[in-house]
Every structure is written in C-alpha cells, then in structure tokens.
Design a protein around this ligand. Structure first.
Ligand code: ADP
Length: 393
C-alpha cells in the first residue's frame, strides 16, 4: 500500500510517499513560499534531486504539482494517483481528540471549532487537508494529531491552577505538543531496553522544544502547555516564565496583548537572551568567540532542561532511559554533555567518547549505567504513515 504523508504549514507543504510493503520512502519533498511565489524541492532515491520555482497561489496548486511530479514519467515513482490508497495529515493541534482518526465531517467540524486556540497551525493544516481531499477524493484521509499522545495525561497534570471556570468555559488546559515525535522515540527506546513498562523521558530539542515523561508507553506529563510556548526555552520562544512578566511588560512598555505575545513568542528564547540568533549553531559559534550573552543563553537552556528532567524523575519515582532527539538533541553534543554532567546521583553514567561520536541511533552512557541515555533520530512522518495504514486496512 502507498501512503502519502502531508504536513501543511502556513506557507509550506512537506510530503513523503511511503511504500508500506517494505516501509521505504519512495519520494519526499517540500513546497515552500506558497501564496508568495513558490519553490518545490522533490527527492526520490536513485534519481537526481529536482528543485524549481513554481507558481503556487495556494495549497491546492501545491498538492497538484506534487501529484504531477509523483506520477511524472521521468521523475515520478507511481503510474497513477489511484495507487495512493491513503493520506496521513499531520495536525499540530487536535484539541481533545484522543487518537488518530479518519477525517470525516465531525472531525473536520471539531478541528475548525478549535482554530481560535490554534491560530497559527490550524488554518493551514485544514487548507492542506481540504486541498488533498479535493484532488484525491478516493483516498482515505487520516488525521494524526500531535496532541493526542497526551490523552493519557491525568487531570491533575493538565488542569492549570487558575479559576476552574476557565477550563470549563474555554478549555484552557495543558494540551502538549510534538506528541508524534515523543511517541516514536519513546517507542524506539522501549524496544532498545526490551521493556514495555519502562519510565522514559524524551527531550525533543529543535527550534521548538518539549520534554515528555512516558510510563508503560503512555505519556504522563509534558512541558508544553495550552500553547507550544510553555516549558523549555526555545529558538525565539521564552518557554515557561512567571506569567506576571507579560502583564508587567504590557503596562511598562505600553504594548497590546498581541504585541506582548509576539515579544515572548518571537523575540524571546535563545534569540532574546543572546541577541545573536535563534539558531543554536550561531549561538555556539558566538559563545566560542567569547560572546557572554551567547554563553548565558546556552546556560539558561541546559539549566531549564535539567530542571524539567529532574521534576519528571521525581514524578515517575525513577527513570529507565532518557532520549535526545530533533535538531539540537540529535546534533549538539555539547548540549547533551552539559545536560548530563553531574547526574551520577540519578544513576546516569555519561560516556563522553560515545557522545562525541554519535551517528544516528546511539547509547551515550557507560556500560552498567543504571539509566540509559539514547540519541534517537525522530521520524514523525513514519509514525503518521503507520497510523494511517492501521486506519485504512
Ligand atoms: P524544527 O523545530 O524547526 O523542526 P529542528 O529539529 O530542525 O527544528 O532543529 C533546529 C535546531 O537544531 C536549530 O537550533 C539548529 O541550530 C539546531 N542544529 C541543527 N544541527 C545542529 C548541529 N550540528 N549542532 C548544533 N545545533 C544544531
């Protein structure tokens, strides 16, 4: 069975075509600058990469071009669109939807109803879905929601200590994000440990970052909250801060709620502290040249990651494995070392040599370390393809 995985953002549409008979990726690519001008990058193993400027006024035009490339005589990998039996759509926010689901009328109505709490990701993901449904009416369309991994989180961990009526009236609660990535790497860690009941902390550290605690294959807590703003400091997002800072900035700088939100969302985090960049590589380079604020940004980052890991170990009464994934987690060996130094008390025996030589999957602890630490490249698209297949058979 061939499954197309689609991840639609406001001006982009990423895709991967899987052959589920051997789980291989037949083609993948990205349509960028949708609604501006248009650029597509299309890659198929064994064929030259294809990159052209194209005209995409909207997601519909983008997906049409993707399908014409997939079926192209020279660049293509399938004969006809009908070979694509199902499409898996990534939704960052599925509200209180508990699991991946076939996207019928009720699901779409519900997703439309939560756009106000998900204004950045909701509308483009829905436009991407509508466009795919229109051009592939015979395929099965499945929604995979980053939030649904957190349907196992108990109420005491997702209700905020604010007047309860706001939870009831507006559904202000912890939702959690990056769930598809945490679910994938936690599953891989359980396989490596050979223990389905393991206590695992997964650190997804990229431009956006979150940390999740999983026991028996179920999430029990996570650092992102009502929005992806909560938790660890990120590229441009502050992460968790004293909420009164926001109202204080509004009063003293005389800015609107929207502007205040923009300050903590787009001007905070690593960028805000370092004043250099939101990209960890640039900050590392500046720190090596002696930039004190870049050094401070890195310290704030690992200090906060350690604090969250510690709190989850306390919550779970122990931990069997820690996992690092995503851009920073997989590639920034210095950050892993900074986080894992001085954790012997918790049973983590860090192996510097193994950490310095990570390529793909790796165990970066010494033999006999009570707690294992793995680096596991994330693969959200594969997880989406698996869920889509399960709902299509
Ligand atoms: P997104 O959340 O956009 O998917 P990624 O998971 O791609 O982000 O992570 C992007 C982050 O990963 C950036 O901060 C980037 O600097 C960092 N990163 C990527 N490669 C490296 C590297 N080799 N060393 C340090 N940081 C890296």
């Amino acid at each position: 069975m061939k499954i197309l995985v689609v991840n639609a953002g406001s001006s982009s549409l990423k895709y991967q075509l899987f052959d589920m008979s051997d789980k291989s990726v037949l083609a993948k690519g990205n349509c960028e600058r949708i609604g501006i001008d248009g650029l597509i990058t299309h890659k198929c193993p064994g064929k030259p990469d294809y990159k052209i400027n194209a005209d995409f006024p909207d997601h519909r035009a983008a997906i049409k071009l993707v399908l014409s490339l997939l079926t192209d005589k020279e660049l293509g990998v399938i004969e006809s669109i009908d070979e694509i039996k199902a499409v898996g759509h990534r939704f960052a926010h599925g509200g209180e939807i508990k699991k991946s689901s076939v996207l019928g009328e009720d699901e779409v109505k519900y997703l439309q109803s939560i756009v106000d709490i998900n204004p950045l990701h909701g509308p483009p993901a829905l436009s991407g879905f509508m466009a795919c449904k229109e051009v592939m009416p015979n395929a099965n369309h499945v929604g995979v929601f980053d939030t649904s991994y957190y349907s196992s989180v108990e109420k005491h961990a997702y209700v905020y200590p604010i007047p309860y009526e706001y939870y009831e009236k507006y559904k202000i609660r912890r939702y959690g994000f990056h769930g598809t990535s945490h679910r994938y790497v936690a599953g891989e860690a359980m396989k490596l440990l050979g223990n389905e009941n393991a206590k695992i902390i997964t650190c997804h550290l990229g431009n956006g970052s979150s940390i999740t605690a999983t026991v028996n294959g179920k999430a029990i807590d996570t650092s992102m909250g009502f929005t992806p703003q909560d938790g660890v400091p990120m590229g441009t997002r502050s992460g968790a801060i004293d909420p009164t800072i926001v109202t204080y900035i509004m009063k003293t700088e005389n800015v609107s709620p929207e502007e205040a939100e923009k300050i903590i969302n787009s001007k905070g985090g690593l960028l805000g502290v370092s004043g250099v960049s939101s990209d960890c590589r640039d900050i590392r380079a500046a720190a090596r040249e002696g930039n004190e604020r870049a050094k401070l940004a890195i310290k704030i980052l690992y200090h906060n990651i350690k604090k969250i890991i510690g709190s989850y170990i306390a919550e779970m009464n122990g931990v069997d494995a820690l996992v690092f994934t995503a851009g920073i987690g997989e590639n920034d060996k210095a950050l892993r070392e900074e986080v894992l130094t001085d954790m012997e008390y918790l049973g983590i025996e860090f192996d510097k040599e193994a950490n310095d030589n990570v390529k793909g999957f790796a165990d970066i602890t010494k033999k006999g370390s009570k707690v294992k630490v793995f680096v596991i490249p994330t693969n959200e698209e594969y997880m989406i393809a698996l869920d889509t297949q399960a709902l299509t058979k």
